[in-house]
Design a protein around this ligand. Structure first.
Ligand code: GLN
Length: 491
């Protein structure tokens, strides 16, 4: 017999992990349909204050839930994400579900196909609740650059959730999705995860297909999970990772079962602590919490702590903001009022239509970046800016190659401060850019990184510990983060 419609109470929904949600559906303690409906009710009543969601995909969610329930009715073994309610950052295209990238220029864009990562989640049984708010074209660190309003941090509504995947992190932290996908070009998975007190994993460049991810900076863009636990991040990565013929930069490297890998002991692993990450600009409370986390990895988990140096760290922000803006200026040329979305009315000529569409369709930060990027790529300045930044990128990669000869992973703070106040940096782009100091390097070098909660400031704001790993060695950083998460829970 099919179970009666059990409505899980709010507390249960807040605590659900992927495994517990899937098992509840498999064991028929609840139907996937009732679970999805409970989440939609909760979102309806709570998300007004947070504004994590831009669009709910109820029809699609309930159709998928019904498919999972039909399988459960037949007594079949369900797929690994069966009935698990997930949220998707609105930079990933979804067939038939409006996809805006947080921009007015895509405000009426309904894609004709699915992003590979999204399709893989759905093939594994996931139920897609909706699309989450983000900075316009993923450009930002606070979610204040969305054309559709800001997101509030569920831990403190007067503060930013981080960006640019602020909606995804806030939805997971508020218990309005079991887990979510975000994208990371310079920190946008790890930093909002740290600000909201959840786990964020950026895989190696090429590990997860970018097909269907609306491009910001193609050599830096990554898709990855935002979850409540490290195990959930491992589970989602296993499903979305792997070669995809639709993305020629997706790698042919075998994907391990990360849920198995996280169980392996970390004793004896060598963890590098880069001296350059603990200097000026680091909030003392964040520094102290991260140092305590590192001590606990040494004392409780048996890791060996090794000082390392990444001497070119100070050049990472300028290099990032040249390369990212250069690539963005080229990628965003496609929004011309003809091929996608919004078109300005009453333009007399084609050129005028382009100009007005882009002027009215893009927000201030996107325009700033298109101008910076166009300048950096222009004849006469290319060598001085873009090429120089690419050379710095190589030096940064060498820093890491050298450090990784001696250590298995590197541990750092995720962000120099906890979540700042809404509006605090909104008028100061440079201050906003500097907040990315600890995250942009991994994107530039293409290595994986994870942020795991490591305590709270005196004001009750979450702080994240970042673990960086070697190319395609997500297994090790997940293991370290998992060991730390458990050591912390046990203390
Ligand atoms: N905050 C960085 C930026 O504004 C990173 C954004 C991202 O990772 N998408 O570019």
């Amino acid at each position: 017999m099919r179970p009666e419609k059990i409505t899980l109470n709010y507390l249960d929904l807040n605590l659900l992990t992927i495994e517990s949600a899937r098992n509840a559906v498999q064991e028929r303690q609840i139907t996937a349909t009732a679970l999805a409906e409970s989440f939609f009710r909760k979102i309806q009543s709570e998300d007004g204050n947070i504004h994590a969601y831009l669009e709910l995909s109820k029809d699609r969610a309930l159709a998928q839930a019904a498919r999972m329930d039909a399988l459960a009715d037949k007594g079949e073994l369900l797929p690994p994400l069966a009935g698990v309610p997930l949220a998707i950052k609105d930079v990933m295209v979804t067939r038939g579900v409006r996809t805006t990238a947080g921009s007015k220029i895509l405000s009426n864009f309904v894609p004709a196909y699915d992003c590979t990562a999204v399709a893989r989640l759905e093939q594994a049984g996931a139920v897609l609740l909706g699309k989450t708010n983000c900075d316009e074209f993923a450009m930002g660190s606070s979610n204040e650059n969305s054309a559709f309003g800001t997101v509030c941090n569920p831990r403190d509504l007067s503060r930013v959730p981080g960006g640019s995947s602020g909606g995804s992190a806030a939805a997971v932290a508020a218990g309005n999705a079991v887990a979510a996908l975000g994208s990371d070009t310079g920190g946008s998975i790890r930093q909002p995860a740290a600000f909201c007190g959840v786990v964020g994993l950026m895989p190696t460049y090429g590990r997860v297909s970018r097909y269907g991810l609306i491009a910001f900076a193609s050599s830096l863009d990554h898709i990855g999970p935002i979850t409540r636990t490290v195990k959930d991040a491992a589970l989602l990565l296993r499903i979305i990772a792997g070669r995809d013929v639709m993305d020629s930069t997706s790698a042919e490297v075998p994907v391990s079962d990360y849920t198995q890998e996280i169980g392996r002991p970390v004793k004896g692993l060598r963890l590098g602590v880069p001296r350059e990450y603990f200097g000026e600009g680091l909030d003392p409370e964040v520094g102290a919490l991260v140092q305590t986390a590192i001590q606990s990895l040494a004392q409780k988990c048996g890791c060996e702590i090794v000082p390392v140096s990444l001497p070119h760290t100070e050049y990472a922000i300028p290099a990032y903001y040249l390369i990212a803006t250069a690539e963005a200026s080229s990628n965003l040329a496609r929004y011309d009022g003809v091929r996608y979305g919004f078109r300005a009315a009453e333009a007399g000529t084609l050129a005028e239509m382009y100009r007005r569409t882009r002027d009215q369709g893009f927000g201030a930060e996107v325009k700033r970046r298109i101008m910076l990027g166009t300048y950096a790529l222009s004849a006469g300045y290319y060598d001085a800016y873009y090429l120089k930044a690419q050379k710095v990128r190589t030096l940064l990669a060498r820093d890491f190659d050298q450090a990784f000869q001696n250590v298995d992973a590197i541990v750092t703070p995720t962000s120099p401060t906890p979540a700042f106040k809404l509006g605090e940096k909104a008028d100061d782009p440079l201050a906003m850019y500097l907040a990315d100091i600890f995250t942009v390097v991994a994107d530039l070098v293409g290595i994986p990184g994870i942020s795991v909660p490591c305590g709270q400031s005196r004001e009750g704001l979450p702080v994240g510990l970042q673990v960086l790993g070697k190319h395609f060695d997500e297994g090790t950083i997940l293991r370290v983060a998992h060991a730390y998460e458990h050591a912390r829970a046990a203390s």
